[in-house]
Design a protein around this ligand. Structure first.
Ligand SMILES: NC(=O)c1ccc[n+]([C@@H]2O[C@H](COP(=O)([O-])OP(=O)(O)OC[C@H]3O[C@@H](n4cnc5c(N)ncnc54)[C@H](OP(=O)(O)O)[C@@H]3O)[C@@H](O)[C@H]2O)c1
Length: 392
């Protein structure tokens, strides 16, 4: 049976890994819709190669270029918010949600359709509107398959026993490129250094989040929504080799761990084939060659972002939505060299402190979530000016 797959964020790192698996799938997979923000050249090439039915650019001004690049192919072109929603809703068995950031929320939510599988890489959807997202998926009888390697490992380990018997979920973190750096050195790191992840090859935003450990914080919130486990029973362990992705501890003392080489095609292959398994030529794990695996606790002094995310998770309501928005503004400012690396958690902390979180309800609709996201971004952007003035 042919599986039809649509990819939101087709031109990114998750998109590339998914399409590579589909190439190796020997006709087992067919592309439905492909969407990106503005990389027309790559999107059009992929749409032609995979004979997509629909190709969409989020930026409306790119529509003309896309239409031209697809001329004569018979592939439908669309753009803007409506186009993205059309891509999300287009007929597909699996939608790979691989857009970066809160920009992925609305299309990813729209991709939830009856009986569909959502291969969820866009963790920000769960951070911004987790309860809404999971409720919508349950109502539609859609299956949310975590593409994030840690959550994918948890998803698989959770089949070893009933959910009520799960005592603890532990996510591992590589520790990022600055794991061993002293605090004073971390304060001076450049975007180029922060983008150089030691074990994973990923897009810019998640690479910076991995360097601050905010990524692990976002993943705690993601795990909370995916698996219904409270913060107190969610742990983080730094594991520089990125071989053990997560551990599920059962009440009888058994610990089930998910291991693989750090390669996103492995969790994505699970999502594409679920509930079956596909045979492809994955890089194999060779534990003897590795020799040893090491683990350590995260250091909250050098990596304060993790505690901020946990604070937002425990505060509940709209706090995670605010955290995510402030972080996105901060990461962009760091990449644009407008703030230093430690300015990222500092800005997020200031926004969380300033937002009157008690008076902002948890987003019940996508518009609620987008409104909170917008307000928090404005707040972060205004504070950024203060940061920049102080820095000069
Ligand atoms: N990469 C990984 O290994 C990995 C692992 C786990 C989870 N994730 C999660 O997966 C998501 C994607 O990460 P990535 O590393 O693949 O990012 P990436 O390489 O930067 O790719 C992002 C993709 O999203 C598209 N995009 C960005 N903004 C958009 C917008 N406003 N509207 C529509 N499309 C937009 C980009 O299009 P253009 O190319 O046109 O800009 C690109 O196709 C993130 O949420 C990340 O946390 C990634």
């Amino acid at each position: 049976m042919v599986t039809r797959v649509s990819i939101l964020g087709a031109t990114g790192s998750i998109g590339a890994s998914t399409l590579e698996l589909m190439r190796a799938g020997d006709g087992r997979y067919q592309v439905g819709a492909l969407a990106a923000r503005r990389d027309v050249k790559r999107l059009a090439a992929l749409a032609r190669e995979f004979r997509a039915e629909l190709a969409v650019v989020a930026e409306a001004e790119c529509y003309g270029a896309l239409k031209e690049a697809l001329a004569g192919s018979g592939i439908e072109a669309a753009a803007g918010r409506e186009g993205l929603l059309a891509a999300a809703e287009a007929p597909a068995d699996v939608v790979v949600a691989g857009i970066t950031g809160a920009a992925g929320l609305e299309p990813t939510l729209a991709s939830i359709q009856p009986k569909r599988r959502i291969a969820l890489a866009n963790k920000e959807s769960l951070v911004c509107a987790g309860r809404l997202f999971m409720r919508k998926a349950a109502e539609a009888n859609a299956t949310v398959l975590p593409a994030d390697s840690e959550h994918n490992a948890v998803f698989q380990a959770m089949t070893a026993g009933p959910r009520e018997a799960v005592e603890r979920i532990t996510l591992t973190a590589s520790g990022g490129p600055f794991r061993t750096f002293p605090k004073e050195r971390i304060a001076r790191v450049t975007p180029e250094e922060a983008l150089r992840h030691p074990t994973w090859s990923m897009g810019a935003k998640i690479s910076i989040d991995s360097a601050t450990l905010m990524n692990k914080g976002l993943e705690l919130i993601e795990a909370h929504h995916l698996f219904g486990i409270p913060s107190a029973r969610l742990g983080v362990l730094v594991h520089p080799q990125s071989i053990v992705h997560a551990l599920v501890t059962y009440q009888d003392g058994a610990v089930i761990a998910g291991l693989s080489v750090p390669d996103m095609r492995i969790p994505l292959a699970h999502c594409l084939a679920w509930p079956e398994r596909i045979g492809w030529q994955p890089p194999r794990l060779d534990l003897a060659a590795l020799g040893s695996l090491t683990f350590e606790d995260p250091d909250p002094g050098r990596f304060p972002a993790l505690a901020l995310a946990r604070q937002a998770l425990e505060a509940g309501g709209a706090a995670p939505t605010v955290l995510n928005a402030a972080n996105e503004v901060a990461v962009e400012a760091f990449l644009g060299r407008r703030i230093g690396f430690m300015g990222i958690p500092a800005l997020v902390e200031r926004v969380l402190a300033r937002a009157e979180l008690q008076s902002i309800a948890e987003p019940a609709t996508v518009n609620d979530a987008l409104a909170v996201d917008h307000t928090a971004r404005m707040m972060a952007t205004n504070l950024l000016l203060e940061f920049a003035v102080k820095a000069s």
